[in-house]
Design a protein around this ligand. Structure first.
Ligand code: FES
Length: 580
């Protein structure tokens, strides 16, 4: 039976009816408080209550349009006969949160789960955009398993400076390197601030935000075409309203995220991740989401699919264009149309139709932005998973965004104990680094940093930048921004903080990176490694209370998604919250 065949619930079967319907003391209280808020009985009685989880705040500028979009969503909910309730939840600001927004992804996921569980919410609209907000809200929705639909915030406008098109994030790194090389003045660098982020919306490259909203779409959790719409396009407001209407239908049919985010949906997401040349961060987020969905997904699934999927999106940081160009060229569905044979087209979506339907009228209007199969950006290998004695539980590299000559490389390590050590010494000429050195950063992983920050695009020494060096092999247990690039080996697991082999690398050790062979090798004997391990002193835990303590006690390694261990347990037999 397809989801569209599902019978509608009677009003008395809605979860919210238990709060607002019966003639009893508790329901009297609930109804009277709705009236306190200014709503008459006819406005809410017998209607699905749709929670709008709004991740707006003044410090998450990517969501600057979300207050208006919440009104657009409400309009749609009212039109479809639902009752909207807007609920602010933690906005994860990629730019402002320290040590990193990733540290709080699980916090928002827990908040979303409990909001959906405790309130009389029959379905939810998840307002996401900036990097971690999409995976966090989906993780929460999966755990609560309340009908949900994502309203993607949309990328910001394209923008230019001195006649050159800019890309938020990616060009910050690029111009910072130019400044380090002495080729960009301080004044010019300051001028960039006025231009680099020119409208509401998330980063306009195929960074983590664009990647995760695209994956939400291909997994069936948004309306067709929603993720490619620029934030300021009038169609974005129309999409928000339509999302509200769709949420009402999801509530009546009681279509749960677990019925949409199936193994087929996850495979579609991984295939799409490769075809769009998406962010390495998506691997960590998809592993966490799969854990919540109780869907088995392994790192090897990413590598297997990577080896048979071409990169077709010619978008920065891998390619040339930005998200507004992608939208103009036909958007995600046009790209998916080109790889139909690699997708599970029967996978169903929140529109209660198979993915196939979304692709029917999709057309590529510019085949330099969205490449044809015969002319891909890369034939295969957007992302690669490596293993070896330096990363027994795996690590990740994005070959499509690295200098090709570095994908097979052997060089001596230069080791930095932590991020402050890196900042203090990287430009020290006495280190005498060459372009052949392998820069290694320790203590930057899920627990060591903590929060597995986006430090993985380790800086290249200024004196090498001045010599024209723009890429080197760099290895860490950190992540890197989806807008970053380079031969950066990331997510090394186990991380150095817990005594992974990365902790025992020393200056001068030879390291071999072999992307084709999927190998990362530290050329140190087992005996020598055992000696180093025996003299290793485990670092002191950085938190003894509060959220930090919970985080340190429960967070898994990168290859498992950095989620909280206890949230991957099967809670399907746990009782629903009682309202009495
Ligand atoms: Fe929000 Fe890049 S800072 S998506």
């Amino acid at each position: 039976m397809s989801l569209n065949d599902r019978q509608r619930l009677a009003p008395e079967e809605l979860k919210s009816h238990r709060y607002l319907g019966p003639d009893d003391l508790r329901s009297f209280g609930h109804r009277s408080r709705q009236k306190q808020a200014g709503f008459g009985t006819d406005e809410f009685r017998g209607k699905p209550v749709i929670g709008i989880l709004n991740t707006w705040n003044d410090l998450i500028s990517c969501h600057a349009h979300f207050r208006q979009r919440a009104e657009d969503i409400k309009r749609g909910i009212w039109q479809a006969g639902g009752f909207p309730v807007e609920i602010p939840v933690m906005g994860l600001s990629e730019t402002f949160m320290k040590p990193t927004s990733m540290y709080y992804r699980n916090f928002l996921a827990m908040e979303a789960e409990e909001v959906l569980r405790t309130y009389p919410i029959d379905a939810a609209v998840l307002m996401s955009g900036c990097d971690k907000t999409t995976p966090a809200l989906l993780m929460g929705a999966l755990s609560a398993n309340v009908p949900s639909i994502v309203m993607p915030g949309g990328p910001m406008n394209r923008t230019s400076w001195h006649g050159e098109q800019l890309a938020s994030g990616t060009d910050v790194w690029r111009f910072w390197a130019e400044r380090g090389a002495g080729r960009l003045s301080c004044e010019a660098w300051c001028q960039l601030e006025d231009h680099i982020a020119a409208s509401p919306g998330h980063c306009m490259t195929m960074g983590t935000a664009s990647t995760m909203t695209a994956l939400a779409e291909v997994m069936g959790m948004t309306l067709a075409g929603a993720s490619s719409l620029p934030a300021t396009h009038s169609g974005h407001a129309r999409m928000a309203s339509a999302t509200g209407r769709a949420a009402v239908e999801l509530a009546w049919r009681n279509i749960r995220p677990s019925e949409i985010m199936t193994r087929a949906a996850f495979e579609n997401a991984i295939t799409t991740l490769m075809a769009i040349g998406g962010s390495t961060n998506a691997i960590v987020h998809l592993m966490a989401m799969a854990g919540r969905a109780q869907v088995p997904v392994a790192l090897e699934d990413f590598d297997r699919i990577s080896q048979t999927t071409p990169v077709l999106a010619n978008l920065r940081p891998t390619g040339k264009y930005v998200m507004a160009d992608f939208f103009d060229a036909g958007g995600l569905n046009a790209l998916l149309n080109e790889i139909q044979d690699l997708l599970h087209l029967d996978a169903e979506t929140v529109e209660l139709t198979p993915l196939r339907n979304a692709l029917q009228d999709a057309t590529i209007w510019n085949d330099d932005v969205i490449r044809r199969r015969a002319n891909p950006v890369c034939q295969t290998g957007s992302l690669a998973v490596l293993r070896g004695n330096l990363a027994p539980d795996g690590c990740v590299i994005k070959p499509a965004a690295a200098e090709a000559n570095l994908l097979q490389h052997r060089g001596p390590a230069v080791v930095f104990r932590n991020y402050p050590d890196l900042k203090a010494r990287i430009d020290d000429p006495s280190l005498k680094l060459t372009k052949d050195h392998v820069i290694v950063l320790q203590s930057a992983g899920p627990l060591g940093a903590p929060g597995i920050p986006e430090w993985g695009m380790l800086p290249i020494p200024k004196y090498l930048l001045q010599q024209g060096v723009r890429d080197m092999v760099r290895i860490s247990d950190a992540r890197m921004s989806g807008t970053s690039y380079g031969a950066c080996v990331l997510h090394v697991a186990p991380e150095s903080y817990v005594g992974g082999p990365l902790a025992f690398v020393q200056d001068g050790d030879m390291i071999t990176l072999d992307v084709a062979g999927r190998k990362l090798t530290l050329e140190v004997s087992d005996e020598e490694m055992a000696k180093r391990r025996a003299s290793w002193v485990a670092p002191r835990a950085s938190f003894s209370r509060g959220y930090g303590k919970l985080y340190l006690d429960e967070t898994t390694q990168a290859n498992e998604g950095c989620d909280f261990r206890f949230l991957h347990a099967d809670g399907s037999q746990d009782p629903p919250p009682s309202i009495y």
